[in-house]
Design a protein around this ligand. Structure first.
Ligand SMILES: C[S@@+](CC[C@H](N)C(=O)[O-])C[C@H]1O[C@@H](n2cnc3c(N)ncnc32)[C@H](O)[C@@H]1O
Length: 298
């Protein structure tokens, strides 16, 4: 049977140092913040980031990987530079690397020589989480495709810390200028105040500035929780700010089928969530709204 990597296994490995009781409480807090549409103010704490890794990362990474493999293979199956806005723990970097390893195993050769993913987020401490994830992820990727590190490189420069809801510095515009793909995955729903259909004016201006810098042919992919209040309107507003006059918003459902590990089961035996009647477990399904904006040049 071919090797199937599990993001639950990955999250367990990357969060091993966080005491389980604290982690269980942090999962409850994170889940409540999302359920109640409150600001998520826990990404800056070690337990809060660990909770995101065990509770949310798997579903989001599978969602991004499936989206690019199902719908956007041509966008990513070549040498690419990606800038992930609101990358958090580097979900997009992980999902794209898994997509490349999958394509390489399927085709007998990698889609290109270098997959570069730059990460931008308001919370600088996500870098720690990403480094722990990357260290545990590389051996898993090599199980999928031994060519990683030989036939192709996975280049993940240090995270750039930036609040995208305030005027952005030139550094961000310089980063997006040579990019082939820019992503905003599950970012718009988390921009404060949550739950409204509007974007903050500074974010709209930033998107316009990014569109002004992006190279011709580059793609901007927006995806988010389709059922979150105001999200579809925000995606549409963002696409318009990027210059798209007729945004097409697509919807899809994706199930994360990653195997649960003993460690994850033991953790969730201590987690009390009102979301499931039978047993509590990490997020499994995502209903995603997404769109792609193609820059036509200036
Ligand atoms: C739900 S997480 C998404 C992480 C990752 N993209 C994913 O799909 O799993 C939202 C991320 O957006 C970041 N974020 C929220 N508001 C932001 C802002 N104003 N500027 C930059 N990042 C922001 C948060 O720190 C968090 O890491």
């Amino acid at each position: 049977m071919p090797f199937r990597l599990s993001y639950h296994d990955l999250a367990a490995r990357a969060t091993g140092e966080v005491p389980r009781d604290k982690l269980a409480r942090a999962v409850e807090r994170l889940s409540a913040a999302y359920r109640e549409g409150r600001a998520v103010d826990t990404h800056a704490t070690r337990e809060g980031r660990a909770a995101y890794l065990v509770h949310t990362l798997g579903a989001h990474a599978c969602d991004v990987r499936r989206l690019v493999l199902d719908e956007l293979e041509a966008e990513v199956a070549r040498d690419i530079r990606v800038v992930a806005l609101g990358a958090g723990p580097g979900t997009e970097a992980l999902a794209l690397a898994e997509a490349w390893a999958t394509l390489s195993a399927r085709d007998g050769k990698p889609p290109g020589r270098t997959l570069r993913v730059d990460r931008v987020d308001r919370v600088a401490a996500w870098e720690e989480s990403f480094l722990a994830l990357r260290a545990a992820f590389e051996p898993m990727l090599r199980e999928l495709d031994p060519g990683l590190g030989e036939a192709w490189a996975w280049d993940t420069p240090p995270l750039v810390s930036c609040d995208l809801a305030r005027p952005i510095p030139d550094q961000i515009l310089e980063l997006v200028a040579p990019a082939d793909v820019i992503t905003a995955a599950n970012l718009l729903s988390e921009i404060l105040p949550r739950g409204t259909p509007e974007l903050p004016p500074a974010l709209t201006e930033n998107l316009k500035a990014i569109a002004g810098k992006a190279r011709e042919g580059a793609a901007f992919i927006i995806l988010d929780r389709g059922h979150a209040p105001g999200v579809t309107a925000r995606i549409e507003a963002a696409a318009r700010a990027l210059g798209e006059t007729d945004p097409q918003i697509h919807e899809r459902e994706v199930r994360c089928a990653c195997a649960l590990t003993k460690t994850t089961k033991a953790l969730y035996a201590r987690v009390k969530l009102p979301t499931t009647k039978v047993e509590d477990r990490p997020i499994g399904n995502t209903r995603t709204a997404w769109t792609l904006v193609r820059f036509r040049g200036r």
